[in-house]
Design a protein around this ligand. Structure first.
Ligand SMILES: C[S@@+](CC[C@H](N)C(=O)[O-])C[C@H]1O[C@@H](n2cnc3c(N)ncnc32)[C@H](O)[C@@H]1O
Ligand SMILES: [Zn+2]
Length: 405
């Protein structure tokens, strides 16, 4: 029930998302011109496009809860309208309690009403605190959470250290980054500053963005003798998201630092290779065409998906009826396929463009690569992408064969 005296100084509406109802700003009222981005014009942030992000959070945390097989606690310290935290409490089986918080008082007013509306007062606590302050208060043993979900404006980096300290051993950290301009190499200096790694504007820059964010999480965790295992990640709409399970211990931290490295890329022939350490190799010529190579990193070269975890998420999706269930099933199938495949992918149209050749279908390209003994799978990062161990010049040669056959 909503309080009889509940009033806001801006227009709101009640929406249904997943299994809950939530009071959110009435976005139409904040769209004065067609070019206006209503979520950021409203006094409380709410973006309906992020429903998929929230659906996947429900599935990932449910998969995690089944994996650890006990009741879990969750913290969402940048909750805005509260819709995410409320969904996590209402839709995940085995959640003890959820702590949601925001620095914006008007957001909390909505969040508190939505908690009541869904009858979740017993399990969802609402706080008004700065995120780092709240997380730091939960950095001591027995105060820590099983799951921390960081879903900020732009970069999650300012919250990583406190979020990791607020997680118990084997806890799960979920982070969204919407600052794709730095992460994808449009503002390279900002990426180096924030994430400690150099981006590169390649056709697979969204994968590099995930690897830069995952690398940054690993570096921050390592300072506390904590290792990370990335269990799931995705790039959707205007953001990327990384789910990492942490593990206490210097050896685990060393192992995740060891899985950092670099990607070398040739913009002439599209050759790419990985390197564990920075060396003279970075200044040598491309082995395929002799051009100068560029590089990205340090970033995570280790796995950015865990097959078992992705299977668990897909299983949960089959049990759940989301508006996005079909979309999620497709995403899960692609991620499962690419989980063990080599880092980076080619975009067929880019090669065709380079060769001034017609564009083959992804299916035709995958088949010809496999027929020639190469590993080849599609990727969720790009519907025209192919993840393969084929060298760049072999890709060019086989693309020509694919279009002529
Ligand atoms: C992108 S919105 C969160 C959206 C929400 N997680 C969802 O799924 O709908 C980011 C929120 O972070 C809040 N915020 C920004 N800086 C903060 C800080 N230092 N501490 C707590 N909240 C903060 C903003 O008020 C805003 O509500
Ligand atoms: Zn080259």
């Amino acid at each position: 029930m909503v309080d009889a005296d509940f009033k806001t100084d801006f227009p709101t509406e009640t929406v249904q998302e997943g299994k809950v109802k939530a009071i959110v700003p009435k976005l139409q009222a904040f769209k004065k011109q067609p070019s206006d981005y209503a979520p950021s014009k409203a006094p409380v942030f709410y973006n309906p496009v992020m429903e998929l992000n929230r659906d996947l959070a429900v599935l990932a945390f449910q998969a995690y809860q089944r994996m650890v097989n006990r009741d879990i606690s969750i913290c969402e310290p940048l909750t805005s309208s509260g819709i995410r935290g409320i969904r996590l409490a209402a839709e995940i089986h085995g959640v003890k309690n959820v702590l949601i918080s925001d620095i914006n008082e008007r957001a909390l007013k909505l969040a508190k009403q939505s908690v009541q509306l869904n009858g979740l007062q017993e399990r969802v606590a609402v706080k008004h605190k700065d995120a780092n302050c709240l997380l730091s208060c939960h950095g001591a043993p027995r105060k820590r959470f099983d799951v921390v979900d960081i879903d900020p404006f732009g970069s999650p980096v300012p919250y990583l250290d406190s979020a990791i300290r607020a997680l118990r051993n084997k806890g799960l950290l979920a982070v969204t980054a919407t600052d794709l301009a730095p992460l994808c190499g449009v503002h390279a200096k900002a990426c180096v500053r924030k994430y400690g790694g150099k981006p590169l504007r390649t056709e697979y820059c969204h994968e590099l963005a995930v690897r830069l964010l995952a690398g940054c999480v690993a570096t921050v965790a390592a300072k506390h003798d904590i290792g990370v295992r990335v269990v799931f990640s995705h790039s959707s709409d205007h953001y990327i998201r990384v789910y990492a399970q942490i593990g206490y211990g210097a050896k685990k931290a060393d192992a995740s630092v060891k899985s950092l490295g670099y990607v070398l890329h040739c913009f002439n022939c599209l050759h790419r290779e990985t390197a564990n350490t920075f060396s003279a190799r970075f200044f040598e010529k491309c082995p395929e065409c002799g051009s100068k190579m560029e590089w990205a990193g340090p970033l995570r070269l280790g796995k950015i998906f865990d097959t078992q975890f992705c299977k668990l998420m897909a299983q949960e999706n089959r049990r759940t009826a989301f508006r996005n269930s079909g979309k999620i099933a497709k995403l899960a199938a692609l991620v499962e396929e690419e989980a063990e495949a080599p880092a980076t992918y080619y975009v067929i149209d880019k090669i065709s463009n380079k060769l001034s050749s017609p564009v083959p279908s992804v299916a035709a390209m995958l088949k010809i690569l496999q027929d020639n003994g190469f590993e080849a799978v599609p990727t969720h990062f790009n519907s025209r992408g192919v993840r393969t161990n084929a060298p760049a010049l072999a890709m060019q040669k086989l693309l020509k064969v694919a279009v002529s056959s």
